[in-house]
Write a protein that binds this ligand. Structure first.
Ligand code: FMN
Length: 384
């Protein structure tokens, strides 16, 4: 039996990723902003709810399938966008897209991906979203959207939580922003990870694959911080988001909504969905746990716009709790990144299998046979 099959939880996949990956890269996945309080709150928020199980009900079959943005998905979980994924495992974004589609769900490609819009679309058949930022170089963003249109992507996800880049201190300590120091630290941490190192030495260089024609330095990943700092535009407003939505003309999701006032603005703007997200705690430390925001946001816009959520999801029970509080579906980031780091496509598939099995079991144990019947009546807020 392979090491991946011996992983029985997302925590096991995390341990396997830690064993296989250079610590500099593992920390990039694991780390959050400043004191990493928001990332911890994201996790803890799930344990503030207990289940109220019903019994003696027929739960011989459980329906987990639903729709996101009108697309059928087999499980209420999809992949969040994550950048530069080939650094963590040589199979990179392709592995995540293929495993997501095998699990019957949607994949979201990041703007700073190491695999191109076209290569993902050609290699996979399932639903695809593409994540953008409103960058200084609007020509580049428009080019991304045009290419997505040509390759039949199902929607655009605009990340709105990056008016400035989060202070991720693990990365700063490893030398992010200082190419020579970062390279040295990566080399030191990679020398004891032979499986990862072999592929690093024998595979093509990591490049930000969607920007090859737009960046003078060949879009090498070493330049990612430089690019991000050059491109991030702190003057972006709702007007810009509206313009982008209009020029896309299809399904358009705002990712990074963190209060009910902005959720209302998103609905008024005519966006087709929001993701309640704090970037997994990687941006503003001190932002609330996403699950804590969910009930009040669903209360004000739940009828007008599709509400998705991410942050801290590492158990099937977390997904069921979010659905019971009104989310249409959940996005996962680190959970599948651990699977990827541990074993490429196989590891990501294992992540989805674990979550699916856990969701079915929880549904049976709470006496609910269809996720569409979930509601707050299945939960009780714990008194701390
Ligand atoms: C390694 C890593 C890279 C990420 N890259 C991006 C990105 O390129 N664009 C983006 O919108 N969000 C990015 N995110 C945030 C995720 O889309 C998502 O919001 C977050 O991971 C959810 O929290 P979780 O990791 O606790 O599941 C990244 C997250 C991680 C962990």
């Amino acid at each position: 039996m392979s090491r991946i099959n011996q992983c029985h939880s997302i925590a096991d996949l995390r341990a396997a990723a830690l064993a296989r990956m250079p610590s500099v890269l593992f920390d990039y996945i694991e780390g959050s902003a400043e004191d990493e309080i928001t990332a911890r709150w994201n996790r803890e928020a799930f344990s503030n709810y207990s289940f109220l199980p019903r019994t003696l009900r027929d739960v011989s079959t459980v329906n987990l399938s639903t729709t996101v943005q009108g697309i059928n998905i087999d499980i209420p979980v999809m992949s969040a966008p994550t950048g530069m994924t080939r650094m963590f495992h040589h199979e990179g974004e392709l592995a995540v897209a293929k495993a997501s589609h095998r699990a019957g769900t949607a994949y979201t490609l990041s703007s700073v991906a190491t695999t191109s819009i076209e290569d993902i679309a050609k290699a996979t058949k399932g639903p695809l979203f593409f994540q953008v930022y409103v960058w200084h170089n609007r020509k580049m963003v428009n080019d991304f959207m045009q290419r997505c249109r040509k390759m039949n992507y199902d929607g655009i996800m605009l990340a709105v939580d990056l008016a400035a880049f989060g202070k991720r201190e693990r990365d700063l300590r490893h030398g992010h922003g200082h190419a020579a120091r970062l390279k040295w630290n990566l080399a030191r941490s990679a020398i004891i990870k032979p499986a990862w190192l072999y592929h690093y030495l024998t595979q093509a260089k990591w490049r930000m694959a969607n920007m090859l024609e737009h960046l003078p330095h060949g879009a090498l990943v070493d330049k990612v911080l430089e690019t991000v700092n050059e491109q991030f535009n702190p003057s972006v407003t709702w007007e810009d988001a509206r313009d982008l939505m209009k020029s896309w003309g299809g399904k358009f999701i705002l990712k990074g909504i963190q209060c009910k006032e902005d959720a209302i603005l998103a609905a008024e703007m005519g966006a087709s969905g929001i993701v309640i997200s704090n970037h997994g705690g990687r941006q503003l430390d001190g932002a609330p746990a996403t699950l804590d925001l969910l009930p009040e946001i669903v209360d004000v816009v739940g009828k007008d716009i599709e509400v998705l959520i991410d942050g801290g999801i590492s158990r099937g029970s977390d997904v069921i709790k979010a659905l019971a509080l009104g989310a249409k579906a959940c996005l996962i980031g680190r959970a599948y990144m651990y699977g990827l780091g541990a074993g490429g496509e196989k590891g990501v598939s294992r992540c989805y299998d674990i979550l699916r099995e856990e969701m079915v079991r929880v549904m049976q144990l709470i006496g609910c046979s269809d996720i569409h019947e979930l509601g707050p009546h299945y939960l009780r807020k714990r008194i701390p």
